[in-house]
Ligand binder design. Structure first.
Ligand code: TPP
Length: 374
């Protein structure tokens, strides 16, 4: 395995001193090292991977240097547009080094949302004309690959990608993170909200632990899963799925269980939701200020004001709560109609023995569609 220290220092020796991206579980240890050792002006977690590519492009324009953009392969989709219309040699020809975590690599078991992206990860790079190497797990070979990548970038001015398999980086525990001041866990908050909603209501939950905790809540209660759409992939899009359902089913309440990282990733969705103002839509954001599901790297969730944002986006009502009592009161007051945002500030972390959905995405979809017909 490669130690994150070795990897980052090797990149620095090759002149790479700017890091941006969206964290990934396979890159967790290297993201943690960047968080701890790279100063804040050279280490920026972006809202989404496309934004990260653009930020590193801006860094190049300003300095002539090559930035490193880290992402899970799920983020390749978000990055395609700036890779084709900004950095590509047919347009502005801006060099970058991509570091891509390869979830769902064929032959390695992974969750359903990673299967398709895993199959096309390197093909997509080929289509984009991005040179790549699958990073070796041995430090001396990895060092040679980094040298080759940087030499290619210097010679061609093109984007180059290092693709990272599972278990490439040695462990490193993030040190430099502020624990937030909140005491309620996300799982407790999910349980409280799920237990207070009408029987015919729908929940569209976001990717990561939120959907897993909701699934386990239903299982523990002996309830079916037909009322919940567990958006296992498509980070940041749960609220638009919920809008699509809410507009066609005004007789039902539709709840979106969002994360701070996910809602920030595609925050423009809130503007569209606010413009339609569906009176049956309740947007619940479980805000822990972190990309908790992939290692707890910070988001800007605690330094923005989601309640003000929701008001500005024409939500009818918006509240922020952080105790169980406040949460229960807020839910009691939500019986009235109107587009609402409920921000719940929660502590970081999850139960170690948390399971994963045992139903397939297609079973989930079919059950929900049948439930909506009733
Ligand atoms: C496009 C995309 N980029 C990155 C990921 C990897 N990823 C999965 S969950 C997650 C963090 C989600 O954070 P948040 O929405 O705040 O929820 P939390 O895990 O903190 O509950 C990330 C970055 C992904 N699934 N898709």
């Amino acid at each position: 395995m490669i130690t994150p220290k070795f990897f980052i220092e090797k990149l620095q020796n090759e002149g790479v001193d700017f890091f941006t991206g969206v964290p990934d579980s396979l890159l967790k240890n290297v993201c943690a090292y960047i968080n701890d050792y790279i100063d804040a002006n050279h280490n920026i977690i972006a809202a989404n991977e496309g934004g990260a590519v653009a930020l590193a492009a801006g860094y190049h324009l300003a300095t002539g240097k090559v930035g490193c953009v880290f992402m899970q392969n799920s983020g390749e989709g978000n990055a395609v547009n700036p890779l084709t219309s900004l950095t590509d040699r047919d347009v502005y020809h801006i060099p970058l080094l991509l570091l891509i975590g390869w979830r769902g690599r064929p032959g390695v078991h992974d969750e359903p949302q990673h299967v398709k992206q895993g199959k096309i990860t390197t093909d997509l790079l080929n289509v984009l004309g991005v040179n790549y190497e699958v990073l070796s797990k041995e430090e001396n070979k990895a060092a040679m690959q980094i040298e080759k990548a940087m030499q290619t970038i210097r010679e061609t001015g093109d984007v180059f990608a290092l693709v990272v398999e599972k278990d490439t980086f040695d462990s490193y525990t993030i040190q430099n993170v502020e624990p937030n001041e909140y005491t309620m866990s996300r799982e407790e908050a999910i349980q409280i909200v799920a237990s207070c909603i009408p029987d015919n209501a729908i929940i569209v939950s976001t990717t990561g632990m939120i959907s897993r905790e909701l699934f386990e809540y239903r299982a523990a209660k002996g309830q079916g899963h037909e009322r919940d759409f567990l958006t296992v992939g498509s980070m940041g899009h749960a609220s638009m799925i919920a809008l699509g359902i809410a507009l066609q089913h005004p007789e039902r309440k539709v709840y979106c269980f969002d994360g701070d990282g996910a809602s920030i990733m595609h925050m423009g969705n809130m503007a569209i939701i606010g413009s339609r103002r569906p009176s049956n839509f309740i947007h619940v954001v479980f805000n822990n200020g972190a990309h908790d599901s992939v290692g707890g790297q910070p988001t800007v969730g605690m330094i923005i004001d989601l309640v003000e944002i929701a008001h500005a986006m024409h939500y009818e009502d918006a509240v922020c709560v952080w105790t169980q009592k406040q949460l229960k009161n807020a839910l009691d007051n939500m019986t009235s109609n109107g587009l609402q945002l409920l921000e719940i500030r929660v502590k970081k972390g999850n139960r170690k023995d948390l399971g994963r959905p045992t139903t397939t995405p297609i079973q989930n979809k079919d059950a929900l569609m049948n439930f909506l017909k009733k």
